[in-house]
Design a protein around this ligand. Structure first.
Ligand SMILES: Nc1ncnc2c1ncn2[C@@H]1O[C@H](COP(=O)(O)OP(=O)(O)OP(=O)(O)O)[C@@H](O)[C@H]1O
Ligand SMILES: [Mg+2]
Length: 149
């Protein structure tokens, strides 16, 4: 599994991106928080769909983009935040009342994490997406802060 980290992994298709996320999901400790960093259309939501599958959550319908927070209950629930329309302020982040929804065991995954107050400073994993030539995407997974139990 260690080859999954700190490597530039080329995903040529959407399926490759999902498969990487499925494998990553199986490795994740309970209550892990994950930042997905990358420009528009680089595959962040595609990766979230793979995480859901890896957690045994049936195929999720492409989540409506007007929802900032989506919750998929399961043995280990998936909380998905798309912070694109937040402004990074503490006030906007507090208004989500995220703490009320973080009921263990869960996995928290955030698109546009720089727009969620104080998230990048604390998250356990940072996944960076970039576009290659044609349709390929390059994905790099880093462990940022260890989770202690
Ligand atoms: N290798 C690939 N991995 C992921 N998506 C790919 C790949 N190649 C092409 N695509 C396409 O790129 C698009 C990625 O969309 P996706 O919604 O996952 O991006 P996003 O990073 O969440 O965008 P946004 O910032 O708007 O939320 C999809 O249309 C998908 O089919
Ligand atoms: Mg997205």
């Amino acid at each position: 599994m260690s080859q999954m980290f700190d490597e530039e992994i080329v995903c040529k298709t959407e399926k490759d991106t999902q498969n990487l996320a499925i494998n990553f999901a199986k490795f994740l400790p309970h209550n892990a928080s994950i930042a997905l960093v990358g420009d528009l259309g680089t595959g962040k939501t595609t990766f979230v769909h793979g995480l859901a599958r890896g957690l045994g959550i049936p195929d999720i319908i492409r989540s409506p983009s007007f929802n900032i927070l989506n919750i998929y209950p399961s043995n280990v629930s998936l909380l998905h935040i798309d912070a694109y329309r937040l402004d990074g302020s503490e006030r906007a982040t507090d208004a989500l009342m995220l703490d009320d929804f973080l009921i263990p065991p869960y996995i928290l995954v955030v698109e546009w994490p720089e727009r969620l107050y104080n998230f990048l400073e604390k998250c356990n994993f940072k996944v960076v997406f970039s576009t290659g030539d044609d349709f390929s995407r390059t994905i790099c997974i880093r462990q940022t802060h260890q989770l202690f139990h």
